[in-house]
Design a binder for this molecule. Structure first.
Ligand SMILES: C[S@@+](CC[C@H](N)C(=O)[O-])C[C@H]1O[C@@H](n2cnc3c(N)ncnc32)[C@H](O)[C@@H]1O
Length: 219
C-alpha cells in the first residue's frame, strides 16, 4: 500500500468515525455480519489461553466478541488508524490495542495466532501485492497459524470501492506457507475465510496430522 492509498484509507475511516462514532457504519460493516466473521475466525482452532493478534483490529470489537463468547484469549489488536485505536482503548481498557503501521515497522513480538477481518476488502492500487505482504508479515510473526477473510470474486455484483479476491489464487498463496490449510466458504456465499495452520508436523508412518491419528487403524 503506497502513501496515497494509506492516507485515503485512514481518511475514509476518520470521516465515517466523525459521523457515526464507535459503530459498524464507521468500519463499513453493514447488515450486522461482523460478528459472524469474528465467530468463524475464533472457532476454527483452540485459541484458549493463546496469544492472538487481531491485525487491522479497528476498535478491537473482536476482543469484546471473544469475551462474550467466554473464550479466554490473550488478545492484542493493532491498526494503522490512530483514531479507531484511541476510541477502542476507551471502550475496552483491558484489551491491548496498539496504533502501528506494521507493514512499515514490523511487529514488536510474535503471537501464537494472527487473525484479521476485513483488512483486504477495500480497493487500492495494487491489492495483490498488499495481500502477499500481509501473508509474509502474518507468517513471520505467528507461531502456530494465521487466518483472514476476504470478499470473493465469485459474485455477480461488486461495489465501486471494494476489492474481491480470487479464492483459488488465495489458496495457491497459502500453500507457500503450509499444506495444512482450510478455506471456508460455507458460512456466506460471497465471502470466505482462509486458515493457514503452521503446526504441520505429521506422523511419518501414517502420514496423518497428530489430531487425526486416532482415526487411523492398524493394518
Ligand atoms: C473493515 S475494518 C475492520 C476492523 C476490524 N477488523 C473489525 O472487524 O471490527 C478494516 C480495518 O483494517 C485496518 N487496516 C487496513 N490496512 C491496514 C494495515 N496495513 N495495517 C493495519 N491496519 C490496517 C483499517 O484501518 C480498518 O480499521
Amino acid at each position: 500500500m503506497d502513501k496515497e492509498d494509506k492516507e485515503l484509507l485512514i481518511e475514509s475511516y476518520n470521516d465515517r468515525f466523525k459521523k457515526y462514532g464507535h459503530s459498524n457504519d464507521t468500519l463499513g460493516w453493514t447488515k450486522g455480519k461482523h460478528e459472524l466473521r469474528y465467530h468463524i475466525l475464533l472457532t476454527q482452532w483452540n485459541l484458549e489461553n493463546k496469544s492472538v493478534l487481531d491485525f487491522g483490529c479497528g476498535f478491537g470489537d473482536m476482543y469484546n466478541y471473544a469475551k462474550n463468547l467466554g473464550l479466554k484469549i490473550e488478545y492484542y489488536g493493532v491498526d494503522l488508524n490512530k483514531e479507531l485505536i484511541l476510541e477502542g482503548k476507551k471502550d475496552y481498557p483491558d484489551a491491548n490495542l496498539e496504533f502501528r503501521d506494521a507493514l512499515e515497522s514490523g511487529l514488536s513480538r510474535k503471537y501464537d495466532y494472527i487473525l484479521s477481518s476485513g483488512v483486504h476488502n477495500f480497493k487500492i492500487k495494487d491489492n495483490w501485492s498488499f495481500i502477499e505482504k500481509t501473508f509474509e508479515l502474518y507468517n513471520e510473526y505467528s507461531l502456530k497459524g494465521f487466518a483472514l477473510n476476504f470478499l470473493s470474486n465469485r459474485v455477480d455484483y461488486t461495489l465501486e470501492d471494494t476489492y474481491h479476491s480470487d479464492p483459488v489464487k488465495i489458496v495457491e498463496l497459502a500453500y507457500k506457507y503450509s499444506n495444512k490449510i482450510v478455506l471456508r466458504n460455507d458460512y456466506m456465499p460471497f465471502e470466505f475465510t482462509l486458515f493457514v495452520d503452521k503446526q504441520k508436523e505429521f506422523d511419518k508412518d501414517s502420514v496423518v496430522y497428530p489430531e487425526f491419528s486416532k482415526y487411523v487403524t492398524e493394518n
